[in-house]
Design a protein around this ligand. Structure first.
Ligand code: S3P
Length: 188
């Protein structure tokens, strides 16, 4: 397994929350690329998209990740933005730079998880009910799946080990622990 690790997946998959917990468990650095974008460009991705549009955001987002990859630190967990892998050759870049891990959820579970978050920070989904969210997630996830599916490792959540099939029953701590064991087993 090569480092750094890039967590990829749709909004609400747990890239940031589980990623942070994972980095703590491993004693590694954690970088949320949406936050890095905010620091570098002075606007959150949501505000940047509102101001300049999605295409301008994607161009900038690409370079934020590639510039950070120049840093000589390998033990980093990166939480990528949900749309990052699906733009131009970004997925190839990720695979060259390190190991990509896709947190794969069913759309119904993502809609449930997203309803528990602040949707104003997600311009594409803002102001939607759970049903509207699902209607929006379904086609977008289908379009993104071919990119996400190129990840080096795919983790299906809810985790089979939890023995149940409810989104709420695999929490971010369990995802982090699962990833931690996986990474440790592959780096012995
Ligand atoms: C986006 C996801 C967001 C953020 C931006 C666009 C997307 O990141 O990069 O709002 O198109 O899926 P998260 O997946 O971290 O929410």
């Amino acid at each position: 397994m090569t480092f750094p690790i890039y967590l990829i997946g749709y909004m609400g998959a747990g890239k940031t929350t589980a990623g942070k917990l994972l980095a703590d468990k491993l004693g590694w650095h954690f970088v949320d690329l949406d936050n890095a974008f905010h620091e570098i460009h002075g606007l959150s991705p949501a505000d940047y998209i509102r101001e300049y549009g999605i295409e301008a955001f994607r161009r900038k987002e690409k370079y934020v990740l590639e510039d950070l990859a120049e840093l000589p630190i390998e033990k980093v967990i990166y939480a990528t933005g949900g749309g990052y892998p699906c733009w131009e050759d970004n997925m190839e870049c990720l695979k060259e730079l390190g190991t990509s891990i896709y947190l794969r959820w069913k759309p119904e579970h993502l809609a449930k998880r997203l309803m528990l978050t602040d949707l104003s920070e997600r311009p594409v989904l803002q102001g939607k009910t759970e049903e509207e969210l699902l209607a929006c997630i379904l086609p977008q996830l289908e379009a993104r799946e071919p990119y996400y599916a190129q990840a080096d490792i795919i983790i299906d959540v809810p985790l089979a080990v939890s023995g149940r099939d409810e989104a709420e029953e695999t929490n971010d701590e369990q995802i982090a622990e699962h990833l931690c064991q996986l990474i440790k087993s592959k780096t012995k």
